[in-house]
Design a protein around this ligand. Structure first.
Ligand code: ATP
Length: 324
């Protein structure tokens, strides 16, 4: 883009570890390229409310290791209305912002896409969500850290599970995607994962029981994704249909979103943040920058949101095989 003088950057939706590292990379690569940077606080809410501040390189000092997002995040129903988006556009004009970089997940990109089309405004998305549910990128910023947080917690629960010879159902985040549950199950040596993507034609829970996931063991850990009622729903059914199990439920909750980002997430965020600026300079618009086979890729926002990213079915079978 020839006339790229000033960009706006915001973080939106659920916070994810590594968002700060991405903000730092966006800010510093833009300044390096002679582009002014304006940080928009509280996502689309701050865009509508005019919470906008110019950033220099020092505004992003000492944040690469911090979890959360220093420019805050918010959910903003007003941005889902035409009137709300019009105010947002007027604020961008007033601030002389030529393009926008949005760091967030599915909802954030959905709003970005609608806005970009409505006002013919250049937007680049940086995938920041622990859910890893965006098509076109092997990983999203925050996913690796969340995975590591989960396995640390599961290792601890394993100690009590094996001491008491109990079955634990551990619910993890991921919205409608099972990446966190499946991969955390493999990484923590869990006996099974219940995830929404696997439709074996049989009830997953019954299948687990039929495969005898406790036969040779004195404790069992099952990772359950939060969709479809999560671990509580499974525990209720289990108690009713198989009272011999008496499972314990742990919902890991917001612990999964916090903490200092892993090395992988810091590097990913740094690469994608820098790539977002390069994409704008390359005249790319309405795309997400992603990572595929360790290379940067540009994915149309519409595909990132609408195409279904599938979990690795082979990994599911590997989990089954390794849990005998
Ligand atoms: P995560 O999945 O990690 O929670 P997210 O980006 O998907 O992150 P959402 O809460 O779904 O988080 O969306 C963030 C914001 O994006 C919403 O609060 C809203 O302002 C905007 N948004 C979502 N969907 C739409 C839509 N259909 N139209 C306009 N804006 C939207």
């Amino acid at each position: 883009m020839n006339q790229l003088k000033c960009i706006g950057v915001l973080t939106s939706g659920g916070d994810a570890p590594g968002m700060n590292a991405a903000l730092r990379a966006v800010t510093r690569s833009a300044i390096f390229r002679g582009i002014k940077v304006k940080a928009i606080y509280r996502g689309y809410k701050g865009l509508i409310g005019g919470e906008i501040k110019e950033f220099q390189t020092q505004n992003v000092s000492n944040i690469i290791q911090q979890g959360g997002t220093i420019i805050k995040t918010a959910r903003c129903p007003e941005f889902e209305t035409k009137e709300g988006r019009k105010i947002a556009y007027e604020n961008l004009q007033k601030e002389e912002i030529d393009a926008l970089i949005v760091i967030g997940g599915n909802g954030t990109f959905t709003g970005a896409r609608i806005f970009a089309q409505e006002f013919n405004f250049p937007i680049v998305g940086v995938p920041g969500t622990i859910d890893n549910d965006l098509y076109g990128t092997d990983s999203t910023i925050g996913y690796d850290t969340a995975l590591n947080t989960i396995i640390e917690a599961v290792d601890k629960i394993r100690d009590t599970a094996s001491s008491h010879e109990r079955l634990f159902l551990i619910e993890v985040m991921g919205r409608d995607a099972g990446f966190l549950a499946l991969n955390a199950a493999v990484a923590s040596g869990a006996e099974a994962a219940v995830i929404p993507e696997i439709h074996t034609g049989e009830d997953q829970l019954e299948a687990l029981i039929q495969h005898g996931f406790r036969k040779s063991k004195n404790s069992s850990i099952v990772l359950v994704s939060e969709s479809n009622g999560g671990a509580m729903a499974i525990a209720e059914r289990l108690k009713k249909d198989h009272p011999e199990y008496n499972p314990r439920v742990t919902v890991l909750g917001h612990i999964q979103r916090g903490g200092s980002p892993s090395a992988y997430d810091r590097i990913l965020a740094s690469r994608l943040g820098a790539a977002a600026i390069e994409a704008l300079l390359d005249d790319q618009r309405n795309i997400m920058v992603g990572i595929n086979n360790d290379s940067i890729v540009y994915v149309p926002l519409v595909r990132a949101i609408k195409d279904k990213k599938s979990v690795d079915k082979t990994l599911f079978n590997t989990l089954k095989m390794l849990s005998i």
